[in-house]
Design a protein around this ligand. Structure first.
Ligand code: NCD
Ligand code: ZN
Length: 344
């Protein structure tokens, strides 16, 4: 069996920089025409000038002949000015601004400590239609790790949208039934990305027979009822849910450590994993809209030309991918079979 889709895009991707960028970029560029590139580098991408430089480094790292368009984002801080948002909106290549609550996830230390500080920048985003991409977790250590997304909706996101009713928001990598319901009941200006791993796995995967660091990401995998709700949302046909892999590579030694980094490296089998999840839901016919139309429509960008084909054929993911700095990256499900194969 084969399925053919309009060439898809990845609306949430970590490409990193330097040797890591060169190691991971070809995998995403093989499958996706464009990607929204996360700005959580060290130091973070907080200005249009830094985004232009990063974009140039990504284009320079592309394999010969690859066609791939990086869609850039700015990292929101307490100090982001309305002027920087105006320049971003005028740049043509910055497509969104990312909110990391300070301390919520990898490289978020410079993130927002108090959204009330960001009023001028958010008002400018409302005016220009620049989407705010939200890492939706509270950072209060008193809140249980598995509740941080649910609590964020009521204490941060809903009040934010009340203060800024014209703001366009993408609730990134949603992981709970509550987030799926919030997005479904919100207006046309609120969308959400969903990762393949949150469609395929629940939190048992992190602890299957021992601790499995490669399944640790943020927001963390949740219980089965949430996975089922995300799969229903992704396959519902609602155009405000779309594909965002959140492929987030970390060197193996940084994952398999006493304090392992959050992030799953999924770019090697991204589209295949979504096909697997949609097939399980009996909804392969809904994959194309989720992967290739909904995100472009939300971002008000043209849909891609051309197509890609997947075949129902089992192949085995490699144990690792070399990274030029002498390290290696382990993909999620390393050495395991994948039932769909990307043909190009
Ligand atoms: C991401 C990373 O490693 O940059 N990690 C993750 O677990 N998803 C950051 C993020 O998207 O939260
Ligand atoms: Zn991410």
């Amino acid at each position: 069996m084969r399925i053919t889709l309009t060439r898809p895009d990845d609306w949430h991707l970590h490409l990193r920089d330097g040797a890591m960028l060169r190691a991971v970029l070809p995998h995403s560029a093989r499958q996706f025409a464009r990607a929204i590139v996360m700005p959580n580098l060290r130091p973070p991408v907080t200005t249009v000038a830094a985004a232009a430089d990063y974009r140039a480094r990504i284009l320079a790292a592309l394999p010969d002949g690859a066609r791939f368009e990086p869609l850039m984002t700015l990292y929101l801080t307490d100090d982001t000015s309305a002027g920087e948002i105006r320049r971003a909106a005028g740049s043509g290549f910055v497509k969104a601004v990312k909110l990391y609550p300070a301390g919520a996830t990898t490289n978020s230390a410079a993130g927002v400590t108090d959204l009330a500080q960001c009023g001028a920048a958010l008002a400018e985003m409302e005016k220009t239609g620049m989407p705010l991409l939200v890492h939706g977790e509270v950072t209060d250590p008193a809140v249980d790790l598995f509740d941080r997304e649910r609590v964020f909706i009521e204490t941060v996101l809903r009040p934010l949208l009340e203060r800024h009713p014209g703001l366009r928001v993408v609730f990134e990598h949603i992981t709970t039934q509550e987030a799926a319901e919030f997005v479904a009941s919100a207006g046309d200006d609120v969308g959400a990305t969903i990762t393949a791993h949150h469609l395929l796995y629940n939190r048992n995967a992190i602890f299957a027979g021992g601790v499995r660091p490669h399944y640790y990401c943020l927001p963390v995998l949740k219980r089965e009822r949430h996975r089922a709700a995300l799969l229903r949302a992704a396959t519902s046909g609602n155009p405000r849910f779309f594909l965002g892999t959140d492929s987030a590579p970390h060197a193996r030694r940084a994952k398999e450590a006493a304090c392992g980094c959050a992030g799953c490296f999924t770019a090697l089998s991204a589209l295949e994993s979504y096909a697997e999840a949609f097939e399980q839901a009996g909804a392969l016919d809904r994959l194309e809209a989720f992967a290739s139309f909904n995100g472009a429509d939300f971002y008000r960008l043209p849909r891609n030309e051309g197509s890609v084909t997947l075949e129902k054929e089992t192949w085995t993911l490699p144990e690792s991918v070399p990274c030029a700095d002498g390290g290696e990256l382990a993909p999620l499900r390393a050495g395991e079979p994948v039932p769909w194969k990307f043909l190009g």
